[in-house]
Design a protein around this ligand. Structure first.
Ligand SMILES: Nc1ccn([C@@H]2O[C@H](COP(=O)(O)OP(=O)(O)OP(=O)(O)O)[C@@H](O)[C@H]2O)c(=O)n1
Ligand SMILES: [Mg+2]
Length: 424
Protein backbone atom coordinates (compact mmCIF):
# COMPACT_ATOMS: atom_id res chain seq x y z
CA UNK A 1 0.00 0.00 0.00
CA UNK A 2 1.20 3.52 -0.84
CA UNK A 3 0.15 6.70 0.92
CA UNK A 4 0.14 10.16 -0.67
CA UNK A 5 -0.65 13.64 0.58
CA UNK A 6 -3.13 15.12 -1.92
CA UNK A 7 -5.41 18.04 -2.71
CA UNK A 8 -5.38 21.40 -0.96
CA UNK A 9 -2.44 20.65 1.36
CA UNK A 10 -0.01 20.02 -1.52
CA UNK A 11 -1.37 22.97 -3.50
CA UNK A 12 -1.18 25.43 -0.60
CA UNK A 13 2.28 24.25 0.39
CA UNK A 14 3.55 24.83 -3.18
CA UNK A 15 1.94 28.28 -3.13
CA UNK A 16 3.72 29.04 0.14
CA UNK A 17 0.42 29.32 2.02
CA UNK A 18 -0.41 27.92 5.43
CA UNK A 19 -1.85 24.42 5.31
CA UNK A 20 -4.98 23.99 7.44
CA UNK A 21 -6.07 20.44 6.76
CA UNK A 22 -4.35 17.44 5.24
CA UNK A 23 -6.04 14.81 3.08
CA UNK A 24 -4.30 11.54 2.26
CA UNK A 25 -4.82 9.06 -0.53
CA UNK A 26 -4.21 5.34 -0.13
CA UNK A 27 -3.40 3.30 -3.25
CA UNK A 28 -3.34 -0.51 -3.36
CA UNK A 29 -5.29 -1.24 -0.19
CA UNK A 30 -8.69 -2.59 0.81
CA UNK A 31 -11.00 -1.28 3.55
CA UNK A 32 -10.32 -4.47 5.51
CA UNK A 33 -6.58 -3.78 5.54
CA UNK A 34 -7.10 -0.25 6.88
CA UNK A 35 -9.57 -1.43 9.51
CA UNK A 36 -7.06 -4.06 10.62
CA UNK A 37 -4.47 -1.28 11.05
CA UNK A 38 -6.80 0.55 13.43
CA UNK A 39 -8.28 3.14 11.04
CA UNK A 40 -11.96 3.96 11.51
CA UNK A 41 -14.31 4.34 8.58
CA UNK A 42 -16.19 7.65 8.36
CA UNK A 43 -17.55 7.91 4.84
CA UNK A 44 -20.86 6.17 4.38
CA UNK A 45 -20.84 6.53 0.58
CA UNK A 46 -17.09 6.84 0.08
CA UNK A 47 -14.24 4.75 1.48
CA UNK A 48 -12.80 7.41 3.80
CA UNK A 49 -10.99 6.52 7.04
CA UNK A 50 -9.50 8.33 10.02
CA UNK A 51 -5.92 7.63 11.06
CA UNK A 52 -5.82 5.94 14.48
CA UNK A 53 -3.45 8.58 15.96
CA UNK A 54 -3.68 11.80 13.94
CA UNK A 55 -7.41 11.49 13.05
CA UNK A 56 -6.52 12.88 9.61
CA UNK A 57 -8.52 11.69 6.61
CA UNK A 58 -7.29 8.83 4.45
CA UNK A 59 -9.31 7.98 1.35
CA UNK A 60 -8.92 4.89 -0.78
CA UNK A 61 -8.09 5.59 -4.43
CA UNK A 62 -11.30 5.68 -6.39
CA UNK A 63 -12.95 6.50 -9.65
CA UNK A 64 -16.38 8.03 -9.58
CA UNK A 65 -19.17 7.71 -12.04
CA UNK A 66 -22.41 9.52 -11.91
CA UNK A 67 -25.62 7.53 -11.76
CA UNK A 68 -28.30 10.15 -11.78
CA UNK A 69 -28.59 13.67 -10.49
CA UNK A 70 -27.35 15.37 -7.38
CA UNK A 71 -25.02 14.67 -4.52
CA UNK A 72 -26.36 11.28 -3.60
CA UNK A 73 -26.37 10.11 -7.20
CA UNK A 74 -22.82 8.74 -7.18
CA UNK A 75 -21.71 5.19 -7.59
CA UNK A 76 -18.34 4.83 -6.04
CA UNK A 77 -15.77 2.57 -7.65
CA UNK A 78 -12.77 1.80 -5.54
CA UNK A 79 -10.39 -1.04 -5.01
CA UNK A 80 -6.72 -1.90 -4.66
CA UNK A 81 -6.32 -1.89 -8.46
CA UNK A 82 -7.21 1.83 -8.88
CA UNK A 83 -3.96 3.67 -9.68
CA UNK A 84 -2.75 7.05 -8.47
CA UNK A 85 -3.16 8.50 -11.98
CA UNK A 86 -6.72 7.22 -12.19
CA UNK A 87 -7.61 8.77 -8.87
CA UNK A 88 -6.02 12.14 -9.69
CA UNK A 89 -7.68 12.21 -13.09
CA UNK A 90 -11.17 12.47 -11.63
CA UNK A 91 -10.32 15.45 -9.44
CA UNK A 92 -11.53 18.94 -10.23
CA UNK A 93 -8.52 21.15 -11.01
CA UNK A 94 -4.96 20.37 -12.07
CA UNK A 95 -3.66 22.41 -9.12
CA UNK A 96 -5.67 20.11 -6.83
CA UNK A 97 -4.43 16.94 -8.54
CA UNK A 98 -0.82 16.85 -7.34
CA UNK A 99 0.27 14.12 -4.91
CA UNK A 100 3.27 13.97 -2.57
CA UNK A 101 4.59 10.52 -1.63
CA UNK A 102 6.06 9.57 1.73
CA UNK A 103 9.60 10.27 0.50
CA UNK A 104 8.59 13.81 -0.49
CA UNK A 105 8.45 13.13 -4.24
CA UNK A 106 5.77 14.95 -6.24
CA UNK A 107 3.48 13.11 -8.66
CA UNK A 108 1.92 15.52 -11.09
CA UNK A 109 0.59 13.71 -14.16
CA UNK A 110 -1.75 16.54 -15.26
CA UNK A 111 0.52 19.61 -15.19
CA UNK A 112 -0.66 21.06 -11.89
CA UNK A 113 2.70 22.65 -11.03
CA UNK A 114 2.88 24.44 -14.33
CA UNK A 115 -0.64 25.76 -13.81
CA UNK A 116 0.33 26.86 -10.29
CA UNK A 117 3.31 28.74 -11.74
CA UNK A 118 1.18 30.25 -14.48
CA UNK A 119 -1.63 31.00 -12.05
CA UNK A 120 -4.27 29.10 -14.02
CA UNK A 121 -7.37 27.29 -12.81
CA UNK A 122 -7.82 24.43 -15.27
CA UNK A 123 -9.92 21.28 -15.06
CA UNK A 124 -8.12 17.95 -15.18
CA UNK A 125 -10.39 16.04 -17.53
CA UNK A 126 -13.95 15.75 -18.78
CA UNK A 127 -14.68 13.94 -15.49
CA UNK A 128 -14.94 17.45 -14.05
CA UNK A 129 -18.53 17.52 -15.31
CA UNK A 130 -19.51 14.62 -13.05
CA UNK A 131 -20.08 16.97 -10.12
CA UNK A 132 -21.97 20.23 -10.77
CA UNK A 133 -20.77 21.64 -7.45
CA UNK A 134 -17.40 22.09 -9.13
CA UNK A 135 -18.76 25.10 -11.01
CA UNK A 136 -19.12 26.77 -7.61
CA UNK A 137 -15.82 25.41 -6.33
CA UNK A 138 -13.92 26.91 -9.24
CA UNK A 139 -15.65 30.26 -8.70
CA UNK A 140 -14.65 30.05 -5.04
CA UNK A 141 -11.02 29.21 -5.84
CA UNK A 142 -10.98 32.13 -8.29
CA UNK A 143 -12.08 34.38 -5.41
CA UNK A 144 -9.68 32.86 -2.89
CA UNK A 145 -6.63 33.08 -5.15
CA UNK A 146 -7.56 36.29 -6.97
CA UNK A 147 -4.97 38.30 -5.03
CA UNK A 148 -2.29 35.88 -6.26
CA UNK A 149 -3.20 36.58 -9.89
CA UNK A 150 -5.07 33.38 -10.74
CA UNK A 151 -7.30 33.34 -13.80
CA UNK A 152 -9.61 30.78 -15.34
CA UNK A 153 -8.57 28.68 -18.37
CA UNK A 154 -10.82 29.36 -21.36
CA UNK A 155 -11.61 25.67 -21.82
CA UNK A 156 -12.63 25.35 -18.16
CA UNK A 157 -14.95 28.33 -18.44
CA UNK A 158 -16.42 26.80 -21.59
CA UNK A 159 -17.04 23.51 -19.77
CA UNK A 160 -18.60 25.34 -16.82
CA UNK A 161 -20.89 27.16 -19.26
CA UNK A 162 -21.99 23.88 -20.78
CA UNK A 163 -22.68 22.45 -17.31
CA UNK A 164 -24.72 25.50 -16.32
CA UNK A 165 -26.65 25.41 -19.60
CA UNK A 166 -27.47 21.72 -19.12
CA UNK A 167 -29.64 22.63 -16.12
CA UNK A 168 -27.72 20.37 -13.76
CA UNK A 169 -26.99 23.09 -11.22
CA UNK A 170 -30.64 23.07 -10.24
CA UNK A 171 -30.05 19.63 -8.68
CA UNK A 172 -27.54 20.93 -6.12
CA UNK A 173 -28.86 20.87 -2.58
CA UNK A 174 -29.29 24.26 -0.87
CA UNK A 175 -26.84 23.18 1.82
CA UNK A 176 -24.03 22.59 -0.67
CA UNK A 177 -24.69 25.85 -2.51
CA UNK A 178 -24.75 27.86 0.69
CA UNK A 179 -21.61 26.19 2.04
CA UNK A 180 -19.59 27.13 -1.04
CA UNK A 181 -21.09 30.61 -1.01
CA UNK A 182 -20.24 31.16 2.63
CA UNK A 183 -16.64 30.09 2.04
CA UNK A 184 -16.48 32.42 -0.96
CA UNK A 185 -17.88 35.32 1.09
CA UNK A 186 -15.06 34.80 3.58
CA UNK A 187 -12.31 35.36 0.99
CA UNK A 188 -10.50 38.63 0.30
CA UNK A 189 -12.30 39.01 -3.03
CA UNK A 190 -15.82 37.62 -2.59
CA UNK A 191 -17.05 39.59 -5.60
CA UNK A 192 -14.94 37.38 -7.88
CA UNK A 193 -17.04 34.33 -6.93
CA UNK A 194 -20.17 36.00 -8.30
CA UNK A 195 -18.34 37.41 -11.33
CA UNK A 196 -17.14 33.95 -12.30
CA UNK A 197 -20.57 32.40 -11.74
CA UNK A 198 -21.96 35.10 -13.99
CA UNK A 199 -19.42 34.44 -16.73
CA UNK A 200 -20.25 30.74 -16.48
CA UNK A 201 -23.95 31.49 -16.97
CA UNK A 202 -24.65 30.11 -13.50
CA UNK A 203 -25.60 33.29 -11.64
CA UNK A 204 -29.13 33.37 -13.06
CA UNK A 205 -29.72 29.80 -11.90
CA UNK A 206 -28.24 30.12 -8.42
CA UNK A 207 -28.78 33.80 -7.61
CA UNK A 208 -31.48 35.17 -9.95
CA UNK A 209 -32.07 38.09 -7.55
CA UNK A 210 -28.49 39.24 -8.16
CA UNK A 211 -28.46 38.48 -11.88
CA UNK A 212 -31.56 40.70 -12.22
CA UNK A 213 -29.55 43.76 -11.11
CA UNK A 214 -27.27 43.66 -14.15
CA UNK A 215 -28.60 46.06 -16.75
CA UNK A 216 -30.55 48.12 -14.19
CA UNK A 217 -29.20 51.70 -14.20
CA UNK A 218 -28.85 54.06 -11.23
CA UNK A 219 -28.64 57.87 -11.45
CA UNK A 220 -25.21 58.87 -12.79
CA UNK A 221 -24.62 61.54 -10.17
CA UNK A 222 -24.80 59.01 -7.34
CA UNK A 223 -23.77 55.97 -9.33
CA UNK A 224 -21.07 56.84 -11.87
CA UNK A 225 -20.69 53.10 -12.48
CA UNK A 226 -24.39 53.19 -13.56
CA UNK A 227 -25.05 49.43 -13.51
CA UNK A 228 -26.60 48.17 -10.26
CA UNK A 229 -25.05 44.71 -10.61
CA UNK A 230 -21.57 46.22 -10.93
CA UNK A 231 -22.28 48.53 -7.99
CA UNK A 232 -23.41 45.59 -5.85
CA UNK A 233 -20.17 43.68 -6.45
CA UNK A 234 -18.15 46.85 -5.69
CA UNK A 235 -20.02 47.17 -2.38
CA UNK A 236 -19.30 43.54 -1.57
CA UNK A 237 -15.58 44.08 -2.21
CA UNK A 238 -15.60 47.24 -0.09
CA UNK A 239 -17.41 45.45 2.76
CA UNK A 240 -14.62 42.86 2.75
CA UNK A 241 -11.94 45.57 2.73
CA UNK A 242 -13.58 47.32 5.66
CA UNK A 243 -13.46 44.09 7.66
CA UNK A 244 -17.18 43.32 7.51
CA UNK A 245 -18.15 39.90 8.86
CA UNK A 246 -20.02 37.30 6.77
CA UNK A 247 -23.44 38.73 7.66
CA UNK A 248 -22.28 42.19 6.62
CA UNK A 249 -20.95 40.84 3.32
CA UNK A 250 -24.19 39.00 2.68
CA UNK A 251 -26.14 42.19 3.46
CA UNK A 252 -23.93 44.07 1.00
CA UNK A 253 -24.81 41.51 -1.65
CA UNK A 254 -28.55 41.89 -1.07
CA UNK A 255 -28.93 45.58 -0.19
CA UNK A 256 -30.19 46.75 -3.60
CA UNK A 257 -32.23 43.70 -4.67
CA UNK A 258 -35.30 45.96 -4.68
CA UNK A 259 -33.90 47.97 -7.59
CA UNK A 260 -34.62 45.10 -9.96
CA UNK A 261 -38.32 45.62 -9.19
CA UNK A 262 -38.51 49.30 -10.18
CA UNK A 263 -40.75 49.70 -13.25
CA UNK A 264 -38.48 50.56 -16.21
CA UNK A 265 -40.26 53.86 -16.91
CA UNK A 266 -39.07 55.11 -13.50
CA UNK A 267 -35.36 54.38 -14.18
CA UNK A 268 -32.85 55.56 -13.12
CA UNK A 269 -34.65 56.48 -9.87
CA UNK A 270 -35.59 53.73 -7.50
CA UNK A 271 -38.15 54.91 -5.00
CA UNK A 272 -38.93 52.53 -2.14
CA UNK A 273 -36.28 50.05 -3.28
CA UNK A 274 -35.46 49.33 0.36
CA UNK A 275 -38.94 47.96 1.00
CA UNK A 276 -39.13 46.31 -2.42
CA UNK A 277 -35.96 44.41 -1.54
CA UNK A 278 -37.63 42.50 1.28
CA UNK A 279 -39.41 39.94 -0.93
CA UNK A 280 -36.39 38.91 -3.06
CA UNK A 281 -34.15 38.73 0.03
CA UNK A 282 -36.69 36.47 1.73
CA UNK A 283 -36.91 34.35 -1.41
CA UNK A 284 -33.14 33.87 -1.67
CA UNK A 285 -32.79 33.10 2.03
CA UNK A 286 -35.63 30.56 1.99
CA UNK A 287 -34.30 28.84 -1.12
CA UNK A 288 -30.70 28.48 0.13
CA UNK A 289 -31.60 28.07 3.82
CA UNK A 290 -29.46 31.07 4.68
CA UNK A 291 -28.87 31.38 8.45
CA UNK A 292 -31.23 33.74 10.32
CA UNK A 293 -28.46 36.12 11.36
CA UNK A 294 -27.49 36.76 7.74
CA UNK A 295 -31.09 37.16 6.67
CA UNK A 296 -31.87 39.63 9.43
CA UNK A 297 -28.92 41.89 8.69
CA UNK A 298 -29.69 41.82 4.96
CA UNK A 299 -33.31 42.86 5.61
CA UNK A 300 -32.23 45.64 7.96
CA UNK A 301 -29.70 46.92 5.44
CA UNK A 302 -32.26 46.93 2.65
CA UNK A 303 -34.75 48.84 4.77
CA UNK A 304 -32.42 51.38 6.36
CA UNK A 305 -29.49 52.13 4.08
CA UNK A 306 -31.23 55.09 2.48
CA UNK A 307 -31.62 56.79 5.86
CA UNK A 308 -27.92 56.24 6.67
CA UNK A 309 -26.96 58.09 3.51
CA UNK A 310 -29.46 60.93 4.12
CA UNK A 311 -27.60 61.82 7.31
CA UNK A 312 -24.90 63.32 5.13
CA UNK A 313 -27.15 66.38 5.37
CA UNK A 314 -28.03 66.39 9.05
CA UNK A 315 -30.99 68.29 10.48
CA UNK A 316 -32.81 68.05 13.83
CA UNK A 317 -35.84 66.53 12.10
CA UNK A 318 -33.82 63.34 11.62
CA UNK A 319 -33.91 62.62 15.36
CA UNK A 320 -37.21 60.79 15.18
CA UNK A 321 -36.05 58.59 12.30
CA UNK A 322 -32.77 57.76 14.01
CA UNK A 323 -34.62 56.67 17.14
CA UNK A 324 -36.83 54.53 14.96
CA UNK A 325 -33.68 53.07 13.37
CA UNK A 326 -32.14 52.22 16.76
CA UNK A 327 -35.42 50.69 17.92
CA UNK A 328 -36.14 48.75 14.77
CA UNK A 329 -32.61 47.32 14.54
CA UNK A 330 -32.60 46.66 18.29
CA UNK A 331 -29.29 48.50 18.41
CA UNK A 332 -29.77 48.98 22.16
CA UNK A 333 -29.33 45.29 22.82
CA UNK A 334 -27.35 44.34 19.72
CA UNK A 335 -24.71 47.03 19.21
CA UNK A 336 -22.27 44.60 17.55
CA UNK A 337 -24.83 43.85 14.87
CA UNK A 338 -25.49 47.55 14.44
CA UNK A 339 -21.75 48.08 13.93
CA UNK A 340 -21.87 45.63 11.00
CA UNK A 341 -24.80 47.54 9.54
CA UNK A 342 -22.72 50.73 9.72
CA UNK A 343 -19.82 49.04 7.91
CA UNK A 344 -22.24 47.88 5.25
CA UNK A 345 -23.65 51.39 4.82
CA UNK A 346 -20.14 52.81 4.42
CA UNK A 347 -19.35 50.08 1.89
CA UNK A 348 -22.51 51.02 -0.03
CA UNK A 349 -21.40 54.64 -0.39
CA UNK A 350 -17.77 53.85 -1.16
CA UNK A 351 -18.54 50.93 -3.48
CA UNK A 352 -19.16 53.25 -6.41
CA UNK A 353 -16.91 54.33 -9.24
CA UNK A 354 -14.66 57.12 -7.95
CA UNK A 355 -16.28 57.14 -4.47
CA UNK A 356 -13.72 54.87 -2.75
CA UNK A 357 -12.09 57.70 -0.79
CA UNK A 358 -15.26 59.61 0.16
CA UNK A 359 -15.65 60.19 3.89
CA UNK A 360 -18.58 58.57 5.65
CA UNK A 361 -18.90 60.47 8.95
CA UNK A 362 -22.33 58.96 9.63
CA UNK A 363 -20.71 55.75 10.73
CA UNK A 364 -18.62 57.40 13.43
CA UNK A 365 -21.44 59.70 14.58
CA UNK A 366 -24.15 57.07 14.83
CA UNK A 367 -21.84 54.73 16.66
CA UNK A 368 -20.90 57.42 19.14
CA UNK A 369 -24.51 58.52 19.64
CA UNK A 370 -25.67 54.96 20.19
CA UNK A 371 -22.98 54.50 22.85
CA UNK A 372 -24.06 57.69 24.63
CA UNK A 373 -27.77 56.95 24.44
CA UNK A 374 -27.33 53.41 25.72
CA UNK A 375 -26.10 54.92 28.96
CA UNK A 376 -29.40 56.61 29.64
CA UNK A 377 -31.04 54.17 32.01
CA UNK A 378 -34.13 54.07 34.17
CA UNK A 379 -32.28 54.67 37.41
CA UNK A 380 -31.83 58.43 37.13
CA UNK A 381 -35.55 58.84 36.47
CA UNK A 382 -36.56 56.54 39.31
CA UNK A 383 -34.47 58.69 41.62
CA UNK A 384 -36.44 61.72 40.41
CA UNK A 385 -39.59 59.93 41.58
CA UNK A 386 -40.90 58.97 38.13
CA UNK A 387 -42.88 55.71 38.16
CA UNK A 388 -44.24 52.97 35.91
CA UNK A 389 -44.80 53.55 32.21
CA UNK A 390 -43.70 57.16 32.59
CA UNK A 391 -40.11 55.95 33.01
CA UNK A 392 -40.04 54.58 29.47
CA UNK A 393 -41.48 57.83 28.16
CA UNK A 394 -38.86 59.84 30.04
CA UNK A 395 -36.03 57.72 28.60
CA UNK A 396 -37.36 58.15 25.08
CA UNK A 397 -37.76 61.88 25.55
CA UNK A 398 -34.23 62.25 26.88
CA UNK A 399 -32.83 60.29 23.92
CA UNK A 400 -34.75 62.47 21.50
CA UNK A 401 -33.64 65.68 23.21
CA UNK A 402 -29.97 64.72 22.98
CA UNK A 403 -30.21 63.58 19.39
CA UNK A 404 -31.80 66.87 18.37
CA UNK A 405 -28.94 68.77 20.02
CA UNK A 406 -26.26 66.62 18.38
CA UNK A 407 -27.88 66.86 14.96
CA UNK A 408 -28.17 70.63 15.32
CA UNK A 409 -24.51 70.91 16.34
CA UNK A 410 -23.43 68.77 13.43
CA UNK A 411 -25.56 70.75 10.97
CA UNK A 412 -24.11 74.01 12.35
CA UNK A 413 -20.54 72.75 12.06
CA UNK A 414 -21.12 71.79 8.43
CA UNK A 415 -22.64 75.23 7.73
CA UNK A 416 -19.86 77.19 9.38
CA UNK A 417 -17.18 75.27 7.49
CA UNK A 418 -18.87 75.77 4.12
CA UNK A 419 -20.32 79.28 4.60
CA UNK A 420 -18.49 82.05 2.67
CA UNK A 421 -16.35 84.24 4.94
CA UNK A 422 -18.17 87.48 5.86
CA UNK A 423 -17.31 90.36 3.51
CA UNK A 424 -15.65 93.43 4.90
N1 LIG B 1 -16.15 18.31 -5.72
C1 LIG B 1 -14.88 18.01 -5.48
C2 LIG B 1 -14.38 18.09 -4.16
C3 LIG B 1 -13.06 17.76 -3.92
N2 LIG B 1 -12.26 17.33 -4.94
C4 LIG B 1 -10.86 16.91 -4.70
O1 LIG B 1 -10.67 16.65 -3.33
C5 LIG B 1 -9.64 17.47 -2.78
C6 LIG B 1 -9.97 17.87 -1.35
O2 LIG B 1 -11.20 18.55 -1.30
P1 LIG B 1 -11.46 19.78 -0.34
O3 LIG B 1 -10.85 19.54 0.98
O4 LIG B 1 -12.92 20.09 -0.41
O5 LIG B 1 -10.74 21.01 -1.08
P2 LIG B 1 -9.24 21.48 -1.03
O6 LIG B 1 -8.73 21.56 -2.44
O7 LIG B 1 -8.45 20.67 -0.07
O8 LIG B 1 -9.35 22.99 -0.55
P3 LIG B 1 -9.60 23.56 0.93
O9 LIG B 1 -8.34 24.28 1.26
O10 LIG B 1 -10.77 24.48 0.73
O11 LIG B 1 -9.88 22.39 1.83
C7 LIG B 1 -9.54 18.63 -3.75
O12 LIG B 1 -8.27 19.22 -3.73
C8 LIG B 1 -9.83 17.95 -5.07
O13 LIG B 1 -8.68 17.25 -5.50
C9 LIG B 1 -12.78 17.26 -6.23
O14 LIG B 1 -12.06 16.90 -7.15
N3 LIG B 1 -14.08 17.58 -6.47
MG1 LIG C 1 -9.03 20.20 1.87
Amino acid sequence: MEIYLVGGAVRDELLGLAVKERDYLVVGATPEQLLALGYTQVGRDFPVFLHPDTREEYALARTERKSGRGYTGFICDFGPEVSLEEDLRRRDLTINAIARDEQGGLHDPYGGRQDLDRRILRHVSEAFAEDPLRVLRVARFAARFHHLGFTLADETLALMRRMAASGELAALTPERVWKETEKALATEDPQVYFEVLRRAGALGVLFPELEALFGVPGPEKWHPEIDTGIHTLMVLKRAAELGGDLCCRFAALCHDFGKALTPQEKWPSHHHHGELGVAPIEALCARLKVPTEHRELALLMSRWHILFHRLAEPCPEHAERILELFNHTDAWRKPARFAQLLICAQADLQGRKGFGGKPYPQRERLWHWLGELRQITAQAFVEQGIKGAAIGDAIREERRRRLILWLQDWADSIHSSTAPSPSR
